[in-house]
Design a protein around this ligand. Structure first.
Ligand code: URA
Length: 192
């Protein structure tokens, strides 16, 4: 179903497709440039995101902002969202049935943004976009194609905060994303 941003926002705010809506303060749809060439998908809102209504605004979000800055992209020029729009209790990983319930919202979001590149942040986003058999340690740093969209996965910023030794791999992934955007002529005012 093709919907407008306003319709999608209404659908998400009224969604009761799984029980996660019962425990969160508010739905977190996502934010950034609604026509961004680069779209980032994380797992789900945490405590700060649930309070503020925006994706990636806590400590992991701060690291994400720095990661984007390292490839010359201000975060307001990309689109940032999550696999689920409601905060899971105690920040647990969303269950497969919850991911399935939220997937239609995410797919409509992707159809509206029409990004050239999607950067998946962590195992949950990989599961939703590539499938349950893909492991983040095996698929990160590789290009996948879905329709016109190039997809790459990397470690979740929260995982990098827990284990900074993995940062060099994410840096390599970020550089490949930058190169791909440059090759596709995206962000001509920022990338050269
Ligand atoms: N982790 C996520 O996956 N998403 C957020 O918005 C914040 C933390």
């Amino acid at each position: 179903m093709r919907v407008s941003w306003a319709q999608l926002a209404d659908q998400v705010s009224g969604c009761t497709a799984c029980a996660l809506c019962e425990g969160c303060i508010q739905k977190v749809l996502g934010q950034g440039d609604p026509k961004a060439p680069l779209m980032l998908i994380g797992e789900g809102p945490g405590e700060q995101e649930d309070k503020r209504g925006e994706a990636f605004v806590g400590r992991a979000g701060e690291l994400l902002t720095n990661m984007l800055a390292a490839i010359d992209l201000p975060r307001e020029r990309v689109y940032i969202c999550n696999a689920v729009k409601c905060r899971p209790p105690q920040n647990r990983t969303p269950r497969p049935d919850e991911l399935d319930a939220c997937r239609p919202h995410l797919l409509r979001q992707i159809a509206l943004v029409k990004p050239k590149v999607i950067f998946l942040l962590g195992a949950t986003a990989v599961r939703v976009m590539l499938g349950p058999n893909y492991r983040i340690t095996q698929c990160r740093g590789q290009w996948y194609q879905r329709g016109d969209i190039r997809i790459m996965a990397t470690f979740h910023p929260a995982a990098l905060l827990r284990d900074p030794r993995r940062k060099h791999e994410t840096w390599a992934d970020l550089k490949m994303v930058r190169k791909e955007l440059l090759q596709q002529g995206a962000y001509p005012d920022l990338l050269s």
